[in-house]
Design a protein around this ligand. Structure first.
Ligand code: PRX
Length: 653
């Protein structure tokens, strides 16, 4: 990727220094902290780690044997203790941890004291179900308070949780359970989806026919739909948890013990179980949550509008905010149910001070119209954040103006499931922002940009984003697949250099601009989906001979999935089959992975060695001038598809 290709695409003219009123009260207002983080990054992170409660102090800050890092070696702590007990012991038991807002409008207010009690009961319930230290627990729940409760319960007893987003299919749930051999599944009868019930337990039951490791299933009652309960295996939360004693001492966990697994898409069909550890993870999520969002625990009402099923929710709804004693909003539903002003109603109702959401949501708000936020009093907001995909400068400006009333700094935060915590982001009281740029690596973090050969690219310049120093919340591996861990992240650019999979550039002022994935991973509405995963789902259908999938750019969702499908033998590729295939993908993976467009074609563009040339398909899907076609085995295939794709897209509204 050459810098010239990128120059001119982005308007770098506008800059926004921290607003004066914000700066006056901000936790960090100067650049000294960057020096502290860079001159001695180990010492810097050790000082941040010391903000937590440790049962035993560490002997060594960092043991770095690339690609394996151990942080705070020899130290012991407990994440649930840090998120709950220490705040209650310090006299903050009455403070609200979560203002929970259900989709239908029901609410619950949960204080730190209550959450601590609920977590201890849930932890004892897990023990009764046979869960112990190191066991894996699968969690497939909607955004109800029982979700953070059970995660913290796992952390308390040293079990490793594996949360599966409730929008995933039964097949996806099954594969994730089996990969790490979870012992217990925690799910619910159903989930609210825009006023109707999504049958979560039914989905789970389908998965459970093929998950031999699961011994017990704990079921939360949420939607009150009929569900079948296996008398031997299934137990209701309300029958088991409330009767437990609210006393369960926290396990003393090693800093390097695993806290959780979270599966994410890679470039093959098989999701990767990203491993996160205890001490370093909590240190970095707490640090970044406090300073990127400028958190004032006594007065703020912080709201991260992600789903806990993704890493954003793990780090910035559960662990970061609770470690920092934040009062958070926890919202179960979607932004436009029952109406397109639901978010703004919530901001007004709880007097939200920080809002953290995704560019896709912001672009949807823009489309729905300025009148929706304008109807509500959003004057409580003092900071806005975004995450998950590159934010286009227009969306950034709209967010700042229509939601932030031009008084709130906007923090565009770059990070990944693998990094565990925010890596590149402004510090809102110190950094001058540019719309569309994530600005600079945070203190203690080092990132740079390299070319194809791994040579560092100067400033200005563009190429591949790499992280060239270990960081505390870094992934500790891929569950059960050391080779894939090495191959995916650490083999491309030399020892100890982490390849993020993103393209990036630095402008003349050294600001980082993230440019999207450079591998076969798509980013649809901030959700990571691999092209291969969708292709595998398509070819698993009996009518499909071959399929190729690409992410094409889309004004609202960032990327949209375009599928090219060759039907088998005499099967006819018609509208009915297209619908069936889209539904099939939803069933195999999730509705979020449904192709936005699907074109039947008798052949796919391939190299002479038979490799599908996705790059050409992407050009076709984006209606671009075609790139180099000289390596094609049969060039006429492309013309045939191109003609049909245009016809097809016209007939598809
Ligand atoms: O491509 C980058 C994009 O999202 C990817 C990570 O996805 P995931 O692991 O699902 O985590 C999403 C939430 C942390 C990255 O490789 N991405 C994330 N944040 C940004 C971004 N791209 C541009 N700007 C961002 N702020």
């Amino acid at each position: 990727m050459g810098a010239e290709a990128i120059e001119g695409l982005l308007d770098e003219g506008r800059t926004f220094p921290p607003p004066q009123d914000f700066k006056r009260q901000a936790l960090i207002t100067g650049a000294e902290v960057y020096d502290e983080g860079n001159t001695d990054y180990e010492g810097f992170w050790a000082r941040e780690a010391a903000e937590l409660d440790w049962f035993r102090e560490w002997d060594t800050i960092l043991d770095w044997q690339p690609p394996h890092a151990k942080w705070f070696v020899g130290g012991t702590l407990n994440v649930a203790h840090n998120c709950l007990d220490r705040h209650v012991q310090a006299g903050h038991g009455e403070q609200v941890a979560y203002h929970w807002e259900g989709e239908p409008g029901d609410t619950r207010t949960i204080t730190y004291q209550q959450l601590l009690q609920d977590v201890q009961r849930a932890a004892n319930a897990l023990k009764e179900l046979g869960v112990g230290r190191g066991d894996r627990v699968a969690i497939y729940l909607p955004m109800v308070p029982e979700l953070p409760t059970i995660m913290l319960a796992c952390a308390r007893i040293g079990a490793i949780h594996s949360v599966v987003f409730a929008g995933f299919s039964s097949a996806a749930l099954r594969d994730r359970i089996n990969d790490s051999e979870c012992k217990v599944l925690v799910t619910a009868d159903g989930a609210w989806r825009r006023g109707s019930v999504f049958p979560l337990k039914e989905n789970a039951d389908e998965a459970l026919t093929e998950t031999p490791s699961i011994a017990k299933v704990l079921v939360v009652r949420r939607t009150e739909n009929e569900v079948s309960m296996d008398a031997e295996r299934d137990v209701w939360w309300h029958d088991l948890v409330p009767d437990q004693t609210a006393d369960c001492p926290p396990e003393h966990m090693d800093a390097e013990d695993l806290l959780y697994l979270l599966y994410t898409s890679g470039t093959t069909g098989k999701p990767k179980g990203i491993m996160h550890a205890t001490g370093g993870y909590l240190t970095q999520v707490a640090f970044t949550h406090r300073y990127v969002f400028d958190l004032k625990p006594d007065t703020d009402v912080y709201w991260c509008a992600a789903d806990i099923g993704w890493v954003t929710g793990h780090s910035y709804i559960v662990y970061g905010p609770l470690a920092n004693r934040a009062t958070s909003v926890l919202y179960e539903g979607t932004p436009n149910f029952p109406a397109e002003d639901r978010f703004w109603q919530i901001v007004e109702k709880y007097r939200v001070t920080q809002l953290y959401t995704a560019p896709t949501a912001i672009r949807a708000f823009m489309k729905w119209g300025d009148e929706h936020p304008a109807k509500h009093d959003l004057s409580s907001l003092r900071l806005l954040g975004t995450v998950g995909e590159p934010i286009n400068p227009e969306a950034w400006m709209w967010y700042r103006e229509h939601i932030g009333g031009e008084r709130c700094p906007v923090v565009d935060t770059w990070w990944q499931t693998e990094t565990g915590a925010i890596m590149i982001s402004p510090l809102p009281g110190a950094t001058t922002t540019k719309p569309g740029s994530a600005t600079f690596p945070l203190p203690g973090i080092s990132a740079t940009i390299v070319d194809d050969r791994g040579q560092e690219v100067g400033v200005p310049g563009g190429g591949y984003l790499v992280l060239d120093r270990p960081w505390p919340s870094m992934l500790r591996g891929i569950w059960g697949d050391e080779q894939r861990f090495r191959d995916t992240y650490w083999s491309r650019f030399g020892e100890g250099i982490y390849f993020a999979g993103d393209g990036a550039k630095r402008d003349q002022d050294g600001y980082f601009w993230l440019l999207g994935r450079v591998d076969d991973v798509m980013n649809v509405s901030g959700h990571r989906i691999s092209t291969t995963e969708v292709e595998s789902a398509l070819v698993s259908h009996p009518s499909v001979a071959e399929a190729a999938v690409v992410g094409r750019s889309d004004a609202q969702t960032g990327q949209a999935i375009a599928a090219f499908v060759t039907p088998r033998g005499d099967v006819e590729g018609d509208e009915a089959l297209a619908k069936e295939l889209r539904d099939h993908v939803a069933k195999m993976i999730s509705p979020i992975a449904k192709p936005a467009s699907l074109l039947f074609t008798h052949d796919l563009p391939k190299t002479r060695s038979g490799k599908i040339m996705r790059r050409l398909l992407k050009d076709i899907a984006e209606d671009k001038e075609l790139g180099d076609t000289t390596t094609l085995a049969d060039a006429s295939v492309v013309d045939a598809i191109k003609g049909r794709y245009l016809d097809h897209s016209k007939s598809q509204p």
